[in-house]
Design a protein around this ligand. Structure first.
Ligand SMILES: Cc1cc2nc3c(=O)[nH]c(=O)nc-3n(C[C@H](O)[C@H](O)[C@H](O)COP(=O)(O)OP(=O)(O)OC[C@H]3O[C@@H](n4cnc5c(N)ncnc54)[C@H](O)[C@@H]3O)c2cc1C
Length: 442
């Protein structure tokens, strides 16, 4: 079942031209469009379904600095800075709250891993620290058990995924940006070796730059251009409960479950640290690129063989732009959740927090995470095609970093000094012999 998402008023007419066309209306595309519009650049945001229909409304809602890959730290710190005042900036409601995030450790091994990460955070003077005993108890009202220790960041927060990207897209529109929904981009119009426009199912939009923020579809989009973007789809399952009293305000993660309080008083709950990889032809194509990740994360990723293999197999590698494209055939990617993972999470949650025993499970859903071989995103120009930019591959943690990533992409497209050094996110790292190193994972 797909979670309900705040509707966004869309434009009915396709503009003949825009300085920049953004492809994909998740949190990354919406944030990019907003920051471009804020710079006075004309922008059209094209979404094949509805705004935030895919990952951006299906995630847990964590906006966390802690536990990040060190290459993402400067950007997530900027992103949190944006989140803290975002509702004023966009004159909208993303549901952001700085309620803190707690990563609990059951045993010494987990505690050591959490503690090791503090070395990465030290140069940035983050407020992340290890806590024990009463400090943990104070953050976890209603807990029926104890944990060895926890890594805690008071300055981390959460927002409402079903509201945030829609609110940001609506703000981009108020600043003059065009928001086009049910408007798949079939491909790029290339003239004299550079981007001259995009071809949508509703017609052509001339532009100088196109930003691909297509989430789990980005690889397929690039494939039609002869550009190889190594990307795997990882399926994450989530559920939401009815309101629960006497339960944590802070978001928390343990190896058994993760939870985040929703504004409606219920909780988003999922199995901590386990996701599914539905085996498809891309798993074989990118086996070498993803091998370190798959090998290093064998406890957290379950390989599943099912109908997805045949669906992906049937996808064309190339298609003409004057006919229906694969993006129009699936308006909203809505995979089935894994009941066994969610049942296990519910059981462990109820054992740890008895207040959840009376809570109803109101909804269950899943989303496809777009993962890169090093679990770090691509936020970058594509050197072989001037005018083409990619912001994708957020590897399961793009919601919290979304506003910062959108700001960085807008800087790169407009040629402004970037808010942070974009080198770690360059697309060329997949082809220039750089070593793919997984530090934080999906
Ligand atoms: C279960 C789950 C839990 C997660 N939990 C967290 C979390 O707690 N914190 C966190 O930071 N991150 C989390 N994430 C990751 C986060 O949701 C994503 O990284 C983030 O939403 C990515 O945003 P996006 O805009 O790149 O992609 P998406 O939200 O997937 O948006 C891409 C959009 O592009 C559109 N599109 C694709 N191709 C085309 C085309 N050709 N033409 C037009 N439109 C197109 C799609 O329809 C889609 O709407 C989680 C993800 C999942 C699935």
């Amino acid at each position: 079942m797909a979670p309900r998402v705040d509707p966004v008023v869309a434009d009915s007419d396709l503009p003949a031209r825009a300085d920049v066309v953004v492809i994909g209306g998740g949190i990354i595309g919406a944030s990019t469009a907003f920051f471009l519009a804020q710079k006075g650049i004309s922008v059209a945001l094209c979404e094949k379904g509805h705004i935030a229909g895919e990952q951006s409304s299906r995630n847990w809602g964590f906006c966390r600095q802690q536990g990040r890959d060190p290459r993402e730290l400067p950007l997530i710190i900027e992103s949190l800075r944006i989140w803290r005042s975002i509702d004023r900036t966009i004159e909208g409601d993303t549901g952001f709250r700085q309620a803190g995030i707690v990563y609990l450790a059951e045993d010494e091994k987990a505690a050591a891993a959490h503690e090791k990460w503090l070395d990465y955070a030290r140069p940035y003077q983050l407020d992340t620290r290890m806590i024990t005993g009463r400090e943990i108890d104070a953050l976890l009202p209603g807990a029926a058990r104890q944990w060895r220790s926890a890594r805690y960041t008071a300055s981390d927060g959460h927002a409402e995924p079903q509201q945030a990207a829609p609110a940001i897209a609506a703000a981009a529109r108020r600043l003059g940006g065009k928001v086009l929904t049910n408007c798949a981009v079939r491909g790029l119009d290339i003239a004299a070796g550079r981007v001259a426009g995009v071809v949508t199912e509703k017609g052509r939009v001339a532009c100088e730059s196109a930003v691909l923020a297509g989430g789990a579809w980005s690889r397929l989009f690039c494939r039609n251009l002869g550009i190889t973007l190594p990307q795997l789809r990882v399926r994450g399952s989530v559920m939401r409960t009815s309101p629960v009293a006497n339960a944590p305000e802070a978001s928390l993660w343990t190896s058994g479950f993760g939870l985040r309080k929703r504004r409606d008083g219920g909780y988003n709950v999922a199995r901590g640290g386990v996701n599914d990889v539905d085996i498809g032809p891309d798993n074989f194509r990118f086996l070498t690129a993803f091998w370190p990740a798959l090998r290093g994360m064998h406890t957290g990723l379950r390989l599943r063989l099912g109908k997805r293999f045949f669906e992906e197999f049937a996808l064309p590698a190339r298609w003409p732009l004057d006919r229906e494209s694969p993006f129009e055939r699936v308006r909203v990617l809505d995979p089935a959740p894994s009941p066994d993972l969610l049942d296990a999470a519910a059981e462990q949650l109820r054992a740890a927090f008895p207040a959840f025993k009376d809570a109803r499970i109101e909804e269950r859903w899943a989303g496809y995470i777009d993962a890169t071989p090093d679990a770090v995103p691509v936020i970058s120009p594509v050197e072989q095609l001037p005018g083409f930019f990619i912001a994708t591959g957020f590897s399961g943690h793009g919601f919290g970093i979304g506003p910062g990533a959108g700001r960085l992409m807008a800087d790169l497209v407009s040629g402004a000094p970037p808010i942070v050094d974009a080198t770690p996110y360059r697309f060329a790292r997949f082809s220039d012999g750089s070593k793919m190193e997984i530090i934080a994972g999906f």
